[in-house]
Design a protein around this ligand. Sequence first.
Ligand SMILES: Cc1ncc(COP(=O)(O)O)c(C=O)c1O
Length: 474
Amino acid sequence: MTRGPLLDAWFAARKKNRRPLQIPGHKNRYAHGEDALGADLLGPLLRDDVPLQGGVDDNAYSHRYLEQAEACWSSAVGADYARFLVGGSSQGNIAALSAVSHPGQPVAIDRTSHRSAQAALVISGARPVWVYPELHPETGLPLGVPARALADVTSGVTALFVTSPSYVGTLSDISALARAAHGRGIPLVVDQAWGAHLCFMGGRGAIACGADLAVTSVHKALLGYTQTAVVTMRGDRVNRDHLDRCVDLVATTSPSGTLLASIDATRVVLERDHGSAISRTVLNVQRMRETLRRVKGLVVLDESMTPAGMDPFKLTLWLPHTGADGVAIGKRLWEMGLNLESADRDTLVCSVTLVDEAAFCDEAAAMLASLIEAGRGRPRAAATSTVWRVEPDVACTPREAFFARRRRIPLEQAVGEVSAEQFCPYPPGVPIIAPGERITRDALEILRKSAGQVRIAYCSDPSLATVEVVDALQ
Ligand SMILES: Cc1ncc(COP(=O)(O)O)c(C=O)c1O
């Protein structure tokens, strides 16, 4: 037994090898190498697929393994309540932001939030009042949302929603933001998709720092199955029943027991390890930063540049003074099987985790250094992604625009029209144009530039020839 209630139940279910007259449709026939239909193709994919219902637990969830595992996570990270998710932090953001907003009412939200926060605004009907991170004066990268940002918000917002760590690894001062939010009697919600490890680093997680809700991917910085995430809650500023309703609103009724058990297993592994792997990873990233600081002109993001600190698992490099082209470096590394989290012309973002050994990290840092040297050119002016400083002209709420009657027009002719859709360079997944925002000439220019470097996601015409705009509000 491992002290992981869901994990133990998963192993037990696996051993039992039920032959169900219910879901899953594959009837567990691929689990033990049986010669069932399609086993050659489906076997490797579905071998370990065990549903929660009628698999890890019975149909009535009588053993409550999931609730037990959620309680273990919750107490491990100092929260009062946790819900495991199989729809990623996207599901978590939609649920958490919906839980603290109301149709037509203002909510203070970081404009550099992930697109899933915008989806929550469509679902809840809340009116965004945008707040912004400070930007680093030289690199233009976001440095976290300062607490004073809330002071500039004059309307009676129902909550504050920020992202920390940011995609490039910079942190917001969550304690200060929590004090500011609580001083106004509103909850603080933190999209901590990239910061799961912080929850296991002695009080550095958003909940430990005072957030009321935190949404955390387990598959990004920790070791969970792809799609896994957790939403955690502390205190009573958020209604727990309503949070449950919002989580369930956007949840599947057939969750994968395997995915959920991987969250439980991740916690068990971390508790069993007593912080050793986390400390090793922090050191590995520090050494990578040291190696790369020796590359002339390369800016390596670290605590000295960031008022509220830096994610210790993120390596973010800023290239303009080296003249090297980040897109070319990213492509070269992809060919070598060494993919980066993101690579645009100016910025490379690398995500390092607990399973990256010291030797691998050192080799990766050396490889990055040598590719930057090989690509060295004349220092150039920065063209850091503008998604960090989009200041939209808002015409109506995201929900109104999303459900409006639409018409499709050429993008070139769309200046001044209200977008009914999102244009979202991915990564980092922050929209340049979102539903309800007027399309500006600047935004089109930014889109054109970004399109050459990254995928523009979630727009209905990926060729960017046309756009759906609001024809009439319903
Ligand atoms: C800041 C942020 N929040 C939320 C998400 C969504 O996370 P998930 O992929 O787990 O749905 C992402 C994904 O990249 C992200 O960068």
